[in-house]
Structure formats: C-alpha cells, structure tokens
Design a protein around this ligand. Sequence first.
Ligand SMILES: Cc1cc2c(cc1C)N(C[C@H](O)[C@H](O)[C@H](O)COP(=O)(O)O)c1[nH]c(=O)[nH]c(=O)c1N2
Length: 216
Amino acid sequence: MQFEAPHRDALYDIIFNRRDVRRDFLPTAVPDDVIQRLLTAAHHAPSVGFMQPWDFIVVKSPTTRAKIKQGFVAANEASAKLFQGERQDLYRSLKLEGIEEAPLGICITCDRSRTGNVVLGRTIKPEMDLYSAVCAVQNLWLAARAENLGMGWVSILEDQVLYETLNIPEHLDIIGYFCIGYVKAFQISPDLEQFGWQNRRPLAAAIHYEGWQQDS
Ligand SMILES: Cc1cc2c(cc1C)N(C[C@H](O)[C@H](O)[C@H](O)COP(=O)(O)O)c1[nH]c(=O)[nH]c(=O)c1N2
C-alpha cells in the first residue's frame, strides 16, 4: 500500500494533537468494539524477536479504580515531598491522573520470559523486551487519539498496588497503567508546559549530525 498526502497529514495531525490527558474526562463508556480496536492497534506494535511480550488488563469497575486511586494518592504524597518550596507547591497543584474520572483503565504488562531465554535481538541488550512493550503503549496512545479518546499514563503508583488489585502474576513486569476516556476538550500543549513545570526543548537542540559535537 502506498500512502498519499492525506494519510500522511492525518498521521502527523494525530501525533501532534496527542496529549497526556488527566483532566476533562467525560463519564461516557468506551464501547467494547472501540476498546477492541485500540488493543488491536497496541498488539500490532513492533517487538524484539516478535516476542509480543505484552498483556492488556482492561479495568472498568469503579471499585477497582478507586483502589488504584488510593495507591496513587499515597505515591503522590511521597513524590510531592521530593520537591522543595515553590516547586512542591506547583507539583501539588498539578492534576497527574484521571483514574476515577476516566471510565476505562488499561494496565500493560511485559512477560520477559515469553518465547524463552534466548530471544532474537535481545541477546545483547536484555531490556529490549521492555522497550517493545512501550511500543505497544505508543500505538495505544495514538490509536486512542485517532478515536478522539484521551489517554493518560499514571506512573506515580507502586507496582505492588497493581499486582494486588489486578491479581497480576508475579512473573510479569508492569509497564504502566493508563486512564482512557472521551474528553470535553483536548489541550493544544502539554499540561506541564501550560502550568509552568517544563517547556518543550527545541528540536534543533536534540539533533546531532554525524556524531555528538563538543558544544552540544
Ligand atoms: C513513561 C511516562 C510516564 C508518565 C508520563 C509519560 C510517560 C512517557 N506522563 C505524561 C507526561 O507528563 C507527558 O507525556 C508530557 O508532559 C508531555 O505531554 P504530552 O504527552 O505531549 O501531552 C505522566 N503524566 C502524569 O500526569 N502522571 C504520570 O504519572 C505520568 N507518567
């Protein structure tokens, strides 16, 4: 298949308009066929040795989400204390999850033992399976945006909370917990930029031609 300009433009629109969404969620349920499309997109991510090390745990129950939220609250309090003075005040003012507001949660795990010990492409760099699972995250994020669904990554959470609440087998690694739902509006720029936490770095500062230059 040869893609034309409208396909290309649509993909770039999705990439540039994807946001980490933690506020403005609507309670509208995400239909099962939409969830299936999202997970199919995630499942088509690249993976080292074609390991497909991910699993997807779909969470809809408000009771389960309330338990996960409790875990966030504890982790967020501990995290806030790591910042000092005004920075801590700013941290505390940020909305960093939408666990209870978003009607859908998805936990993505990584089975590092899937397909055996010696995996094509992971022989030298063992972390490649984890990176593969993160590729599934990004597919999910972009597919969600294409469905006009907001999605937010919640990493301010002890893994143990997810192992216990979601009954996740110990041999799986936890990649992340994601809040998903329709939203009132998508923000144009990242919340962390809007609220003065961190600006986008200029692209030029991130590009290095022919190797790392002394002054970069
Ligand atoms: C691995 C990882 C983990 C987290 C995040 C992202 C990623 C990649 N981000 C979202 C992050 O703050 C956001 O992506 C950046 O601020 C850029 O904003 P946009 O994603 O472009 O809207 C995030 N946001 C948040 O509110 N709570 C969180 O716990 C996390 N954790």
